[in-house]
Design a binder for this molecule. Structure first.
Ligand code: NAD
Length: 346
């Protein structure tokens, strides 16, 4: 049998290297494209069996129809979230597989790194001591011990984040649409979580329901000085409402690894450009906001897991015609898909 051909979009040096390593026996013919998959670039996938995409590729209905017409059989996401794929439109046309977990530790640990950096002003201290400025003025932080952290989403990442917070002696409360039974976690309503938390960390997926869950109204309910951490998806937060909350001195700090308009800027070097996004520029200008560019997943362990699982997904799909990590809109939203169609979603 011919080698399976994979068109790999939005390729970066770091993920290319892990896929080259994982494919060292050259079982797959992978063509790496630096450009993202979109309505303008789909033609690059001509002759491919698979398109491999990441968080900011735009796999909308038009792209799906074009790929389907070109004979692409599989969309292999090399990430967990799939809000950038119109999975409802893909149903019945192209199968979609993903990497459900690659290193939940990487993301949970990054959330903690952002929190500690922010509240102990490490980002400020680093710049000062580089310039031999050893003044402590303005660097006063606060203890995490005894503070209440509200965790939204208690799946794989949220649970690890909770374990780490408990290690610091923090009180943990949580909200999840589907609370985990017998977990020993104190679940509360979202309103109560906004009300009681000194720190809020988001670990749920982006859906129609969770879109802008942090907005002007929810910020109003939060404690003055609250620290908000988002390592999940940017659009969970209404960024303009966040800016206003910080300007009003109501939000004490924000730690953002994701941003709702990130696809226009993240993963690229714009250091010699004027950034057009005023909301992002305003956020970055604030001393109590830390932005990292969707970096939480970026550990050696996660990159190897992503490459191995993605290539195993492709292999499983073409060997058996099914894949355990297949996802469709029924699996995702209605929980009605039990992959009953000959063990496939359709
Ligand atoms: P998971 O599926 O294990 O857990 C998600 C949890 O959110 C589940 O318990 C689910 O019941 C809950 N949930 C679903 N809808 C909800 C809602 N409306 N309100 C509250 N809770 C809800 O996922 P995970 O592996 O823990 O990942 C969490 C999120 O982290 C992903 O959705 C993804 O967007 C994000 N992520 C970010 C990075 C990064 O590099 N920044 C990397 C991986 C994942």
């Amino acid at each position: 049998m011919d080698k399976i051909k994979i068109a790999f979009f939005d390729s970066k040096d770091y993920d290319k290297q892990s896929f080259v390593d994982s494919n060292q026996n050259e079982e797959f013919e992978i063509t790496y494209f630096e450009t993202r998959l979109s309505e303008d670039t789909y033609k690059l996938a001509e002759g491919s069996d698979v398109v491999c995409v990441f968080v900011n590729d735009d796999v909308n209905s038009v792209v799906i129809d074009k790929l389907h017409k070109m004979g692409v059989k599989l969309i292999a996401l090399r990430c967990a979230g799939y809000n950038n794929v119109d999975i409802e439109h893909a149903f019945g046309k192209i199968h979609v597989v993903r990497v459900p977990a690659y290193s939940p530790y990487a993301v949970a640990e990054h959330a903690i790194a952002l929190l500690l950096t922010s509240i102990r002003r490490i980002h400020k201290a680093y710049i000062r001591t580089k310039d031999f400025n050893f003044s402590l003025n303005g660097l006063t932080g606060f203890d995490l011990h005894g503070k209440t952290v509200g965790v939204v989403g208690t799946g794989k990442i949220g649970r690890i984040f909770i374990d780490i917070c408990r290690g610091f002696g923090m009180n943990v409360i949580a909200y999840d649409k589907f609370p985990a039974k017998d977990s020993g976690i104190e679940y509360v309503s979202l309103d109560e979580l906004w009300n009681r938390s000194d720190i809020i960390s988001l670990h749920c997926p982006l859906t129609d329901e969770s879109l802008h869950m942090i907005n002007a109204e929810s910020i109003e309910q939060m404690k003055k000085g609250v620290v908000i951490i988002n390592t999940s998806r940017g659009a969970l937060i209404d960024s303009e409402a966040l800016v206003e909350g910080i300007k009003a001195r109501h939000v004490g700090a924000a730690c953002l690894d994701v941003y709702e308009e990130e696809s226009n800027v993240f993963f690229h070097d714009y250091s010699n450009h004027i950034v057009n996004d005023d909301t992002l520029a305003r956020l970055i200008s604030m001393p109590n906001v830390i932005v990292t560019s969707h970096q939480a997943f970026l550990t050696n362990e996660a990159l190897m897991n992503i490459a191995d699982t993605t290539l195993n997904n492709v292999k499983e799909f073409f060997d058996k015609g099914t894949c355990t990590n297949e996802i469709c809109y029924k699996c995702a939203n209605l929980a009605t898909c039990k992959q009953t169609h000959e063990n496939k979603c359709f």
